[in-house]
Design a binder for this molecule. Structure first.
Ligand code: GLA
Length: 504
């Protein structure tokens, strides 16, 4: 994994927040979670819901960048780098102007199950990446030769570093990928849609407020926002090769393409979860995703508690401020261990294709063919799949206590069987799990640092956050920013006139 090496620093809008959110937004230095932070955002606003985003400082609400503000920032940058009135290439018409948005995500449960075809239960969050730009397509008259793309883009983070790439269908990924690889790798996936010999011209600017390196999928949100933008430019050509499929669902194809971009262009063997939820999330709902079939089941939390005495919950995200590093050595090792565990399982049950197919009985039967580590990894994945399916049902029933137990069990399994937690995250989880009103708490995302997700009674959330702040600092010496969140919508477009979401 090379992507650790790219330093992105913090962006101005994030710096606005840093005064109150400490380092939550300040670490932009991770391999996998590479986004492009908003620089020079012009305004922010305070949410009506006091709980929606707390600051880790003194429990005041913290400003969050509005979608309008992100879009405005990207537009202003675009105006700076590109002359809006000129087409990408003189003879290329028509020019499409579009604004695409894609969110980061929190996974409630179902961790390290996606790359073995299992189940995950994530939701999209308010933090997102925005792409503002123009593009055009020149369709080849004779249908000969390779299609190509000329791409010019800038990030809010690098005001003086406009990047330009020309790629063709036979282009290959850089051996030393950096953040531009997420962008270029994604555009590459769309060349197949055009008739042979065609050309795409793209110029755009990117802003984002997805906290980087915190396990909240800033990189997936970058890929998905770029993908959504390119699709708009391609218009009727977008997904040409996929439209014939019976179950054609653009968010699904987009997710697969973005995952491919990340796997092949960014040296990150990630699963499909992050791109899938960023692409397909429904406003207000979680999604149970079957990562093998790529089926999405909209999951709504019950509007009432199953047990009248259980208060309704909210979801709190807390950041350990330990750098999350999925593309570092450990994530690919887990992927490989799952594969070798599967090979052992095949010896006792040839029907097993991935860990998704195995039961704990199979694992016991195959124990003699496995190392202890492989046994533990398989145990995590198989039990986590069960917990995830159960959690969906309990959420819909409003059985918050049961959901919480499943979350706690998930964390224990990630810590002990899968070994993807770390001391600080365990401390954070422990603080939350022992606080009155908390139903459950666990590590969310790839692990080795990053964030925790906690289901807590709404009335106790403010106190919990204050408690986390002081206890975590006392036990680790590290600040712990946090926020209350709710499920929001997946990739979509904004109107270029008023920056309002275009729904549908
Ligand atoms: C990262 C990866 C996902 C998934 C999670 C762990 O976020 O990108 O594909 O594997 O880790 O659940």
């Amino acid at each position: 994994m090379h992507l650790f090496r790219f330093l992105f620093g913090s962006a101005l809008i994030l710096l606005q927040l840093v005064t109150t959110t400490n380092n939550f937004f300040a670490h932009g230095f991770y391999n996998k979670d590479i986004g492009v932070s908003v620089k020079g955002a012009t305004k922010s606003t305070t949410r009506a819901n006091k709980l929606l985003l707390s600051n880790g400082g003194d429990n005041r609400s913290t400003p969050i960048t509005t979608m309008e503000s992100k879009a405005q920032t990207a537009k202003e940058l675009f105006g700076k780098y590109f002359d809006e009135t000129r087409s990408t290439e003189e003879e290329v018409i028509p020019v499409t102007t579009a604004i695409a948005v894609a969110p980061g995500r929190v996974n409630l449960i179902g961790e390290h199950t996606d790359y073995t075809g299992g189940f995950v239960l994530p939701f999209a969050i308010d933090y997102s990446t925005v792409v503002y730009g123009q593009g055009s397509v020149k369709v080849s008259a004779d249908g000969n030769g390779e299609s190509k793309a000329k791409i010019s883009f800038a990030s809010a983070l690098f005001p003086d570093s406009l990047k330009t790439f020309e790629i063709t269908e036979s282009s290959t990924p850089s051996e030393t990928p950096d953040w531009t690889s997420y962008v270029v790798g994604t555009v590459f996936q769309y060349l197949q849609d055009l008739p042979k010999g065609s050309e795409i011209g793209l110029k755009f600017c990117i802003t984002s407020d997805v906290p980087q390196g915190s396990g909240l999928s800033s990189s997936a949100s970058l890929e998905v926002a770029v993908g959504r933008f390119v699709e708009t430019v391609l218009g009727e050509y977008a997904f040409a090769s996929d439209r014939k499929q019976e179950d054609f669902f653009p968010p699904k194809v987009r997710a697969l393409r973005c995952q491919k971009a990340e796997n092949e262009w960014c040296n990150s063997p990630c699963g499909i979860m992050d791109q899938a939820i960023s692409s397909a999330a429904t406003n207000g709902s979680l999604m149970l995703i079957d990562c093998r079939a790529l089926e999405f089941k909209v999951t709504e939390m019950a509007k009432e508690s199953l047990m009248l005495e259980d208060p309704m919950p909210v979801i709190v995200v807390a950041n350990s401020n330990i750098k999350h590093s999925i593309g570092g050595g450990e994530y690919p090792i887990r992927v490989a261990q799952c594969k070798s565990a599967t090979d052992a399982l095949k010896k006792v049950n040839p029907d097993i294709v991935t860990l998704r197919d195995a039961t704990m009985e199979d694992v016991e039967n195959a124990k003699e063919y496995m190392t202890e580590v492989e046994y533990n990894r398989a145990t995590h994945v198989i039990t986590e799949n069960d917990r995830t399916i159960q959690a969906k049902e309990e959420l819909e029933q409003g059985d918050w206590k049961r959901v919480g137990e499943l979350m706690n069990d998930s964390h224990a399994s990630m810590r002990d069987n899968y070994e993807v937690s770390c001391k600080e995250v365990d401390i954070l989880v422990d603080i939350a799990q022992n606080f009155p009103g908390v139903y459950g708490s666990r590590l969310t995302g790839g692990g080795f640092g990053g964030c925790t997700v906690t289901l807590v009674a709404e009335d106790s959330a403010e106190e919990l956050m204050a408690h986390i702040k002081s206890e975590y600092k006392e036990k680790t010496g590290i600040d712990c920013p946090y926020f209350v969140t709710r499920p929001t919508r997946g990739a979509h477009l904004l109107s270029v006139k008023d920056f309002k979401p275009i729904v549908g």
